[in-house]
Ligand binder design. Structure first.
Ligand SMILES: Cc1cc2nc3c(=O)[nH]c(=O)nc-3n(C[C@H](O)[C@H](O)[C@H](O)COP(=O)(O)OP(=O)(O)OC[C@H]3O[C@@H](n4cnc5c(N)ncnc54)[C@H](O)[C@@H]3O)c2cc1C
Ligand code: SF4
Length: 360
């Protein structure tokens, strides 16, 4: 079952991550016909590839699966997978969208449109050279560490769920270092704060200590910790209680020692000393950036992007409406957010769509 194949659906949602799924769920509960166009072969976006979630280490699957199940079971919602939105035009009542899937290009019509295209991880291989990312198997991103813990292969060891291994030989690491603010809060890269990197690193450091035991050395290199939000301070406290060391200093370089080990040079601002930290697993927490297709969609739909490249809303205090009537944003497409904030934002987008369809 699904929304009607012909005629405009009430709402077409671009992207089936947490934002798109939440908006679809709320709209279908309100009785509206919805179509989701998702370019990947699965729903859930980035979160479908995480192991557990801050602040209380909930398994990601326990958040994603109920959402996906409700949306895919709803007779109100039609889901298109492997369908990248490559063009969009129109305004309230008459949007048209072009998708590309393995069988070719297709046009779909909708009365309203929600952009829920999310974010991408900053391309460090081409922008952050001092950390030698992609030159050593044991230098990973936080997203890659999640995939290792999930048992997905990629650059990771692919062990059983929950375990953390070093990619160079699939063995358990002896010492793990996290580096915060990679490519963010820095005028040579991006000036903005990624919003989630500190909490991701604290959660991952805690997980490493919990699964590998007290003998593993865990260090977090930071400018400062931005772990706001309910239960986050408590998570930070638990992490320190487990023996994780927080060093106030961003490494100037990460040098390759041998096939397993790396060396981080960090000027510790508390002791005013240059330290060398050895690690056989380094996890970088890079900033989050807009999807590469954002500029094209912004031109086609006549909505601006901000200095950070994310979609701009009509007003800072009107966080889901845009300059085009009937067009809304949800989730990280208009700035990075954690999952609860993404869900609240997407719920607001759904309410705005429903109100507009009723003539408001
Ligand atoms: C390493 C890491 C760990 C994190 N851990 C946590 C955590 O523990 N707790 C927490 O609260 N938050 C966490 N976050 C934040 C979380 O990832 C975001 O809140 C969430 O992913 C936002 O969902 P979204 O739907 O806005 O974006 P996304 O997850 O990016 O989903 C967007 C979807 O849109 C699709 N899409 C994009 N463009 C198109 C197009 N043109 N056509 C069709 N489809 C398209 C994409 O394929 C994707 O499926 C973490 C972030 C990172 C980087
Ligand atoms: S959330 Fe933390 S890691 Fe991300 S840019 Fe802000 S301070 Fe740095």
């Amino acid at each position: 079952m699904g929304a009607p194949e012909s005629g405009p659906v009430d709402c077409l949602i671009v992207g089936g991550g947490i934002a798109g799924l939440t908006a679809a769920r709320e709209l279908s509960r309100l009785g509206h016909s919805v179509m989701i166009a998702e370019m990947a072969d699965h729903l859930g976006g980035h979160v479908a590839h995480y192991y557990n979630l801050f602040p209380i280490q909930t398994l990601a699957v326990d958040v994603v699966k109920p959402l996906v199940d409700e949306v895919t079971r709803s007779p109100q919602v039609r889901t298109l997978l492997r369908s990248e939105v490559i063009g969009a035009a129109g305004r309230f009542g008459e949007f048209s969208i072009t998708t590309r899937d393995p069988s070719g290009q297709h046009t779909h019509h909708a009365k309203t449109l929600i952009l829920a295209t999310g974010f991408e991880i900053y391309d460090m291989a081409n922008h952050v050279f001092e950390y030698n990312y992609s030159k050593h198997p044991n230098i990973l991103t936080g997203s890659e560490l999640e995939r290792i813990a999930l048992g997905e292969h990629g650059r990771g060891g692919g062990g059983p769920q929950g375990t953390v291994t070093r990619p160079s030989d699939g063995r358990v690491p002896e010492s793990v270092s996290f580096v915060l603010c990679v490519g963010s809060r820095d005028e040579t890269n991006n000036v903005w704060c990624c919003e989630v990197g500190c909490k991701v690193a604290i959660n991952q450091a805690l997980h490493v200590k919990e699964v590998l035991g007290p003998d593993v050395t865990v260090t977090v290199c930071l400018i400062d910790i931005r772990a706001h939000g309910r239960l986050s301070e408590e998570m930070y406290r638990r992490c320190r209680d487990k023996g994780v060391t927080f060093l106030r200093g961003r490494p100037s370089s990460i040098d390759l020692l041998d096939e397993h080990f790396l060396s981080l040079k960090v000027f510790d601002q508390v002791t005013q000393k240059l330290l060398e930290v050895r690690a056989d697993l380094v996890v970088l927490e890079p900033t989050l950036v807009p999807r590469s297709g954002t500029v094209l969609l912004s031109e086609q739909l006549r909505i601006p992007v901000g200095a950070d490249g994310f979609f701009e809303t009509q007003d800072y205090f009107a966080p889901v409406t845009t300059a085009t009537d009937g067009l809304y944003v949800a989730g990280c497409t208009s700035g990075t957010r954690d999952i609860p904030a993404t869900m609240s934002h997407a719920g607001l987008a759904a309410v705005n769509v429903a109100a507009r369809l009723r003539g408001h």
